[in-house]
Design a protein around this ligand. Structure first.
Ligand SMILES: NC(=O)c1ccc[n+]([C@@H]2O[C@H](COP(=O)([O-])OP(=O)(O)OC[C@H]3O[C@@H](n4cnc5c(N)ncnc54)[C@H](OP(=O)(O)O)[C@@H]3O)[C@@H](O)[C@H]2O)c1
Length: 294
């Protein structure tokens, strides 16, 4: 019998993360739902268990676990990583599907960091780093859910604190995700694998919190029109994502690749391939996520 994999899913209370966790669990993986709100996590876990029961997938309550983490708060990220190492002796994969889009701003946290940069970039980077050693023991795979926005990074204002337009600032965090996906693939080649996954455009139209997530202004109008005409159901991304995570193939063969749903892309991604930016961003994030001296 093949070993059951343990897959941690960050952003599991969101559209893609939830669809991914459900699809993984249906395929027999143990899933750990990561999120900042304990109650919402519990309810997501219960709903996955219900579906598993409905479709006749045998499971124990502990097969759908939860872990509270606030990705905007590096102390919370460190504590959650410690807890994960303590609770999960094997970590076969990590899905990074965290995303905060905050209007107005810049919103500066007590730590001094901009909230979208902290949540979308620093927190996932720090959490991944803390788990790398554990994941190396099981040929681990890190899957970054990415968006291909054509922004460039501003090294003098990486967090968009000085010149802040919310959509541009958000898009830059998404560029950082691709840069780090590529850099992780290069740094840890042969030890763990890193892939980028483009979900195209999916939306859970039944999500009661959706209206709080729309951008304002023109971008909001575009999103609303796209939601009507273009958005697909979250499972359209969740299913191929789970297939990719659990595929029995040699994971090294996908290291550094970009997937668009179930297709491996032939196109190269500039941000993923930029070795100089990758090294620079990795080093900067290491500094930014260091514990502050007490
Ligand atoms: N949907 C798309 O079409 C699409 C396309 C390309 C890329 N993406 C990217 O894919 C990722 C997921 O997208 P989605 O559509 O599933 O978004 P979503 O439904 O808005 O989900 C975002 C997730 O991030 C979590 N999150 C936000 N702030 C957090 C924090 N401080 N700590 C912990 N978790 C936090 C949310 O938790 P709460 O439930 O607590 O808010 C939620 O689980 C995002 O990075 C997005 O940019 C999405």
């Amino acid at each position: 019998m093949t070993k059951r994999q343990t897959i941690l899913t960050a952003g599991a209370t969101g559209s893609i993360g939830h669809a991914a966790a459900l699809a993984l669990a249906k395929r027999g993986a143990r899933v750990v739902l990561l999120g900042r709100r304990a109650e919402k996590l519990r309810s997501r876990a219960d709903s996955i268990r219900e579906v598993l029961t409905d479709v006749g997938v045998e499971h124990e309550v502990a097969d759908i676990a939860t872990l509270v983490i606030d990705f905007s708060d590096m102390d919370s990220v460190r504590a959650a990583a410690e807890e994960a190492l303590h609770r999960f002796p094997a970590v076969d994969g990590l899905v990074l599907s965290v995303g905060a889009l905050i209007q107005g701003g810049p919103t500066v946290l007590p730590s001094g960091h901009e909230v979208m940069f902290a949540t979308n970039v620093m927190g996932p980077f720090l959490f991944t780093n803390r788990l790398l050693e554990r994941m190396q023991q099981s040929d681990g795979l890190v899957l970054h859910v990415i968006a291909r926005f054509p922004e460039t990074l501003d090294w003098d204002d990486l967090e968009s604190l000085e010149h802040h337009r919310s959509m541009d600032a958000f898009n830059r965090t998404k560029v950082c995700n691709r840069v780090i996906a590529g850099e992780l693939a290069r740094r840890y080649a042969g030890r763990i694998s890193s892939v980028a996954f483009d979900p195209t455009f999916v939306l859970d139209k039944s999500d009661p919190e959706l209206k709080d997530r729309w951008p304002s202004g023109f971008a909001g109008l575009v999103w609303r029109l796209m939601a009507i005409f273009r958005a697909k159901r979250p499972e359209i991304a969740g299913e191929p994502l789970a297939e990719l995570m659990l595929s029995p193939r040699d994971r090294g063969s996908v290291n550094g690749a970009l997937f668009v749903l179930d297709k491996r892309s032939d196109e190269r991604d500039e941000a993923m391939d930029d070795e100089a930016e990758g090294a620079r961003l990795w080093d900067r994030l290491e500094l930014l996520t260091e514990p502050s001296p007490s």
